[in-house]
Each structure stands twice: as structure tokens, then as C-alpha cells.
Design a protein around this ligand. Structure first.
Ligand SMILES: [Zn+2]
Length: 341
């Protein structure tokens, strides 16, 4: 038996006391020990808990930041794609210019970007690296484009005469036509057999003005006599322009002819109007560009779309690739009535 006494500080107050059996005392001691152990464990583990709390919030922040970075990266990726598209169309445009000016394409390097440059990037490469690579490639491409632009500008300055005569604008006002038949092999709407279309057909309202695509001279204006050349007779009212020694343009199925043979014309001058004469099912302009590759050679038809710089055709790369395919298919040579000289 234990006696526990409480002595108040004030001696006038009574001393308080109570008795504990040995068993109760042991229980109290055991309970005290358990509380002690629990307190100790708490003291040891508390910092770990705080740390893990801290870590989880850190992780949350990191996740958030990661998501943000991903978004930024995706945005940059989209911007890069847009820039890439612009660079590609600028490249096609400049190749088109080099091609029609005819002088730069053989000088090598500048005009020729290797085809299929889309490098096959493995999926394991991190997106950021892919984006960086693309950015670097765009950078070098744009530098090459700038160099080509300088070269072209210099060429234009040095060959002002040539650049004025090269057919390079659309023979119909922009917005007034629809391309209804492309250049090349096609099924003829009249004979239903495969034949070669030496130009393009631009459907337009009857009477739409037809413009000279470059400075030149009228070498034929009128209708070919049926006896002399039936295929050219089918062209209806025709104007043929010679632009220097290298280029010829043909305008067929015209309604009115507003120029006479021998007349000099300037780029943009009205030479006639769209009509439905000859073998034609509805008003349209049949437009041809013929290029003499060597002096004295027969001028060969090329896709006139290449020689239209003031209008953006769909897929200009395809157009340019097709233009490099040689040799040309069979075509009707210029009739003797067209006096180029
Ligand atoms: Zn046609």
C-alpha cells in the first residue's frame, strides 16, 4: 500500500492524501510508460510527416509546371509549323521565279532544295529536341531563301528587259475565272479519247478582258483557215504573242480580238475578251505558254500555271516537280501562219 500526500503552499490549508494499492500503482506506471513511448515515437516521426507533406506539395507544383511547359512547347510547335508552311511556300515561289527566269536553275545549289527533306525522326527523341531541330532547319532554310531572294533581285536588276517580257501574270483578272481543265494528258470532251492538253482552260464570263502576261509582239491574230490547219481552226479566235525569242503565249476561243498582227503590247494590256468561239462548250480562255529551249528549236508547251506569279495555285510544289519531268508529250507545233520573226 502507498500513500500519496499533497501539501498546499498555504500551511493553513489541510494536507490532502490518498492511498494506492500496489496493483493500481503498477497500472499507473505501465500507463505512464505507454504514454511516454507514444510521445517519443511522435517526436521521432513528426518531421518525416512534415517532410512528406512538403514533398507532395512540391510534386504538385512540379506537375503543374510540367503541364504548363508542355502547353508552351505545343504552342511553339504550332508556331514552328506555321513558319515552316510559310518557308515552304516561299521556297516554291522562289523556285517558280527561278524557273520562269530560266537562268538560275542551272547555277546549282540555290534553286535546288533536296526533295523529301522531311527527316524521319524517331519517336524516342524528346519533343523539345524535335522542335529544336526543326527550328534549326528552318533557320538554315530561311537563310538559303534570303540568299536566293538576293540572287533573284540582282538577276532582275541586271536583266530588266528579260523580266519585263517573261509572261508572269494571269491573263484574266484575279477572281474572274475558274480553272476547268489543267495542262497535260486528259480525256477530250469532244472525242472522248486520251489527248494532250497544251494549255489550261479558265472558265470566265463572256467578255472578260484578256491581258497580255508580259511585254511582247502580236504574231497572230484571227482565226486559222480550216484548210490550213484544222486543229488550230478549232481554237476559234486566237491571239499569239511572242515575248522575245524564248516565250510564246496563245489565247484561244476569244470573243473579240483587240490587237492586230505586228502590234507591240505591254504587260497587262487588254488584247481581247473571253468567248466561246471554235470548239468550245462554254465561254473560257484556253491559255498556252510555249518555251523555246534552244535557239531555233520548236517552242514547247509548258504548264502555264508556272508562269502565273500573281495567283497562288494549290500545291505549287507538285506543279514545279511536274515541270521538271522531261521529255514533253506530243503536241501540235505552231502553224506556219504564226510568223514569229
Ligand atoms: Zn483548252
Amino acid at each position: 500500500m502507498y500513500e500519496v500526500q499533497f501539501h498546499p503552499a498555504d500551511i493553513r490549508k489541510q494536507v490532502r492524501y490518498f492511498f494506492l494499492s500496489r496493483r493500481t500503482a503498477r497500472w499507473i506506471a505501465a500507463a505512464g510508460a505507454v504514454v511516454g513511448v507514444v510521445l517519443l515515437a511522435g517526436l521521432v516521426l513528426a518531421p518525416l510527416g512534415v517532410q512528406s507533406l512538403f514533398l507532395s506539395s512540391e510534386l504538385h507544383i512540379l506537375r503543374h509546371r510540367n503541364a504548363l511547359l508542355r502547353e508552351v512547347l505545343a504552342e511553339r510547335e504550332r508556331e514552328l509549323e506555321a513558319v515552316q508552311k510559310r518557308v515552304e511556300s516561299a521556297r516554291a515561289r522562289q523556285q517558280q521565279m527561278s524557273l520562269i527566269l530560266g537562268a538560275l536553275q542551272d547555277s546549282g545549289g540555290l534553286g535546288g532544295f533536296p526533295d523529301g527533306q522531311t527527316t524521319s525522326i524517331k519517336v524516342t527523341v524528346p519533343e523539345a529536341v524535335v522542335a529544336l531541330r526543326r527550328a534549326l532547319r528552318l533557320d538554315s532554310e530561311s537563310k538559303a531563301l534570303l540568299a536566293l531572294a538576293d540572287e533573284l533581285a540582282r538577276f532582275v536588276r541586271e536583266h530588266e528587259e528579260l523580266t519585263r517580257i517573261v509572261p508572269s501574270i494571269c491573263p484574266l483578272p484575279i477572281g474572274s475565272f475558274v480553272l476547268t481543265s489543267p495542262f497535260g494528258d486528259r480525256i477530250s470532251p469532244f472525242t472522248n479519247t486520251r489527248d494532250f492538253h497544251a494549255g489550261i482552260d479558265l472558265a470566265a464570263r463572256e467578255g472578260t478582258e484578256v491581258l497580255a502576261p508580259g511585254d511582247g509582239r502580236v504574231v497572230f491574230a484571227g482565226r486559222f483557215p480550216r484548210r490550213r490547219n484544222i486543229r488550230w481552226w478549232r481554237y476559234g479566235n486566237v491571239v499569239v504573242l511572242a515575248h522575245g525569242d524564248r516565250y510564246l503565249t496563245v489565247f484561244a476561243h476569244l470573243k473579240d480580238i483587240l490587237v492586230r498582227r505586228g502590234r507591240r503590247v505591254r504587260r497587262g494590256e487588254v488584247i481581247g475578251t473571253v468567248g466561246n468561239t471554235g470548239w468550245s462548250t462554254s465561254p473560257h480562255l484556253h491559255y498556252e505558254v510555249r518555251v523555246r529551249e534552244r535557239p531555233g528549236a520548236e517552242p514547247e508547251p509548258v504548264d502555264p500555271r508556272i508562269y502565273i506569279l500573281n495567283y497562288q495555285w494549290k500545291a505549287p510544289e507538285v506543279l514545279l516537280a511536274a515541270s521538271r519531268r522531261a521529255p514533253g508529250p506530243a503536241f501540235d507545233p505552231l502553224p506556219s501562219l504564226v510568223r514569229v520573226r
